[in-house]
Design a protein around this ligand. Structure first.
Ligand code: MTE
Ligand code: HPA
Ligand code: MOS
Length: 774
């Protein structure tokens, strides 16, 4: 009886979700996407005579350049010129956080794939042929590929960082149980469908316009200006949209754009530089691999009393965003749990891999994987379900994070209990158990994965944005912000905001390209904060215009300002429709010489962080949720299939249900890929072995869970989020971590002797070995 009632609750919830999905706005790019009409860098019309460029890169991971012979390449018919660091008039420096990275190598190379020169030719094919004619003489130097080895040799990017709370040493004395262990999580290729690329064109007076597939137009502008030795106003950067970024274009879209601009500067002709997939895979950084050690202490009643963790981040050969990513690892080291005593340290280890960079989650997932491993280990050793330990330790209102922020509006328990009750976790566990009793060749495993993710750039000064709104005299609207559309649907959200404030049809609103001449000095579209930051600025700009228009209407209709509202493209007086339409109102405003353009600025209030104390309030709010993952392992082959992932996710009050569901599903599957099948491999000589799409496999329709159910948490939302609709870009990726532990649990059901290992991804090979280890 009770069960039936609850099942009907689940059905009601599901049909409510379906209803709101049907009513929710469609991504405004969907039509041009399916027709193949959406424009990417490679689709823009190029000037006649445009040159094409290919990067010449290091064929070894570490060495001293003794000599390079470009003569054969240069004399190939159709080759225009080859550029090296010697052609740089400004700084040969592209490091964002730390100035430690050359655009073109000078006398040393530090990773396989490091750019050395740019070959510019009439066609890309000729440039590629020329690349093969370059002879380079390099004296090889020792290569470091792992973080551990880097640490042993004292090779670091910067000083380590530590977040501490309470006193772990003392707390371990009070623990009933103490466990220690090691974990490894591998890198991950962003695998945006549109590879890195840019197109630079000369304008008059030595000005240059760059079209780039970048998440950070200002980063491109600033770095191009620095390398070319020009003021920033001479460089214009324009972005229509990206065919995916996933963090891989926050910093690492920059070098290709700067190279194209450098060649354009010298040749006074347009230059197009688009990496092919092979070059992109080899030359660009990925998610950071982490090697970590932990020590966890629990009380008799399974409270985590103390947690110590040391993260070794494999940063690659230069800093790139590694320091910021390392910081976010510390912010998320305790995931959704309250731990009173924490000692966490991260070392950014310098190796001879391509500089690793942002990838959805930005170091957070790497931190969370370790505490989930520690909990799994503790559960296995104590002989209880990991679910028990997870549940007992969930964050509560007013708990303190290791970084000093006090948790408010916490939804950790709410989402956990919603998921476990709505989806009947106990029943699911029983089903898994009885399946495992009846079957020997196949075993099922179930895991729970709660997530807590902080929203804001962890670097407080980056949390601001501006929006520029024009109302044209026919009543149509054009909007510019810093938001970069990369498939996440931010343009649709921007459009919704303007249409809502003005109460006009969405066909009246156009989202302009992201351009540094319209909106300047911007933070990249990242940290899941794009809609919040740009949306809040846009909301402000639209509201200012609305206030102005209401005055125009009140004067025209001779009534008080308070009585005026705008609804469905008409002016209303006290809820009574007038004949004054939106379009006529705009005409009247023009006649009255009222400004129909507004620019607004938004900076997230309340947030702050003191790096000298490693304490503060860095996040505007947190996003929560809980995933239940069920897998079936084929114990003869070591392969696995996911039966289901069932999630309750905290969207706040979603403003675009369809888009947000897409983000949650995409993030989940990307996280599962990281944990299970995507295997980056470098040789000990630093060569990328997984350098094609035949050796690097991401999830496809056959590997996604057979059933994905994502229900929204019932909540009132958060004022710091745009229209109370919480950021959704990154958090769902971390549900994918549950896949690792579900598989591990299935292995344990087959082989009780199996010693838990925390070495991701858990590929079928590793599963097979674990199934039969003695
Ligand atoms: N979704 C799609 N389709 N494509 C992307 O490149 N990037 C992710 C996420 N979702 C990405 C995506 C990453 S890494 C981030 S930080 C956010 O989107 C950025 O967009 P937002 O700030 O608007 O959420
Ligand atoms: N997230 C994503 N990108 C960033 C961040 C962050 O916290 N800080 C700097 N770049
Ligand atoms: Mo996302 S990793 O912050 O671009």
């Amino acid at each position: 009886m009770h069960k039936n009632k609850s099942h009907s609750k689940l059905n009601t919830l599901k049909s409510n979700v379906e209803k709101s999905l049907k009513q929710s706005i469609k991504n405004i790019d969907s039509n041009t996407h399916v027709r193949g009409e959406s424009l990417y860098v490679d689709d823009i019309n190029v000037r006649e005579g445009t040159f094409h460029a290919v990067v010449f890169d290091s064929p070894i991971a570490h060495g001293k350049i003794k000599g390079i012979d470009y003569s054969k390449a240069e004399s190939l018919e159709g080759v225009e010129r080859i550029f090296t660091y010697k052609d740089i008039l400004g700084d040969n420096q592209i490091g964002g956080i730390i100035p430690d990275e050359h655009l073109f190598a000078e006398d040393e190379v530090h990773f396989w794939g490091q750019p050395i020169a740019l070959i510019v030719a009439k066609t890309e094919l000729i440039a590629r042929q020329a690349r093969r004619l370059i002879n380079i003489d390099i004296e090889e130097l020792p290569v470091i590929t792992t973080a551990k080895e880097a640490k042993e040799k004292g090779s670091f990017i910067n000083a380590p960082r530590s977040f501490n709370l309470g006193n772990t040493e003392k707390a371990f004395n009070d623990c009933e149980y103490i466990f220690e262990g090691e974990t490894f999580s591998n890198g991950q290729e962003q695998l945006y469908i549109e590879a890195q690329g840019s197109y630079a064109e000369p304008l008059e007076n030595g000005n240059i316009k760059i079209t780039s597939s970048t998440q950070g137009p200002t980063a491109v502008q600033k770095t191009a200006a620095r390398v070319l030795g020009l003021p920033m106003h001479k460089i214009e950067v324009d972005v229509t949209r990206l065919g995916g970024g996933f963090g891989g274009k926050e910093d690492q879209a920059t070098p290709w754009a700067v190279m194209a601009a450098l060649a354009t500067y010298h040749l006074k002709q347009s230059v197009k530089l688009i990496l092919n997939r092979h070059d992109d895979l080899r030359m660009t950084g990925k998610r950071h691999p982490y090697e970590s050690t932990y020590k966890i202490g629990l009380s008799k009643d399974l409270k985590i009393l103390a947690y110590e963790v040391e993260f070794l981040q494999n940063s690659g050969a230069a800093a790139d965003l590694s320091p910021a990513i390392a910081e976010r690892t510390l912010f998320h080291a305790t995931n959704s749990y309250f731990v009173k005593n924490v000692k966490s340290t991260v070392h950014s280890c310098k190796t001879n891999l391509p500089p690793n960079t942002a990838f959805r989650g930005f170091g957070g997932p790497q931190g969370m994987f370790v505490i989930e491993s520690a909990i799994a280990k503790a559960a296995s050793e104590i002989g209880v379900s990991a679910r028990k330990i997870q549940e007992i330790n969930l964050l509560k209102e007013n708990d303190e994070f290791s970084y000093g922020q006090i948790a408010k509006h916490v939804e950790a328990q709410n989402s956990w209990y919603a998921a476990t009750s709505i989806f009947f976790v106990e029943e699911l566990e029983q089903e898994v158990e009885s399946f495992n009793e009846k079957n020997t060749a196949f075993k099922k495993g179930l895991s729970l994965m709660p997530i807590t993710f902080g929203i804001s750039f962890t670097n407080t000064p980056m949390n601001h944005a501006r929006a520029l709104v024009h109302i044209y005299l026919d009543g149509s609207v054009g909007i510019s912000t810093a938001a970069v559309e990369m498939g996440q649907g931010v343009n649709t959200k921007m459009l919704q905001i303007a249409a809502k404030v003005f109460s006009i049809d969405k066909s009246k609103v156009k989202i302009e390209t992201t351009n540094t001449t319209r909106v300047a000095n911007t933070s990249p579209s990242a940290a899941s904060s794009t809609a919040d930051l740009n949306g809040k600025a846009l909301l402000k700009a639209c509201n200012s215009l609305l206030d102005r228009l209401i005055i125009v209407a009140s004067e025209d209709l001779n009534v008080s300002v308070e009585s005026i509202t705008l609804k469905y493209e008409f002016v209303y007086i006290d809820d009574k429709k007038t004949n004054l339409s939106w379009t006529e109102l705009i005409s009247k405003a023009m006649l009255n010489r009222v400004a129909l353009t507004e620019n607004a600025h938004y900076a997230t209030p309340e947030i702050h962080f003191d790096k000298t104390k490693e304490k503060g309030h860095p996040f505007a709010y947190h996003v929560y949720g809980t995933a239940i993952t069920i897998v079936t392992v084929d114990c003869t082959r070591g392969t696995y299939e996911f039966d289901a992932v069932k999630i309750v996710h905290d969207y706040g009050k979603s403003m675009s249900e369809g888009i947000d569901l897409g983000q949650a599903e995409g993030g989940l599957v990307q996280g599962m890929g990281w944990m299970t099948m995507e295997e980056i491999a470098y040789g000990s000589n630093g060569r990328l072995l997984s350098n094609t799409l035949s050796t690097y496999k991401v999830p496809d329709v056959f590997s996604v869970p057979k059933n994905i159910e994502i229900l929204p948490l019932e909540t009132s939302g958060n004022e710091m989020a745009i229209l109370k609709s919480k950021a959704v870009g990154e958090p769902p990726l971390m549900y994918g971590i549950g896949a690792y532990f579900a598989i591990q649990n299935a292995i344990k059901a087959f082989n009780p002797n199996h010693q838990l290992k925390f070495h991701a991804p858990i590929t079928p090979e590793k599963v097979l070995i674990s199934l039969y280890e003695k």
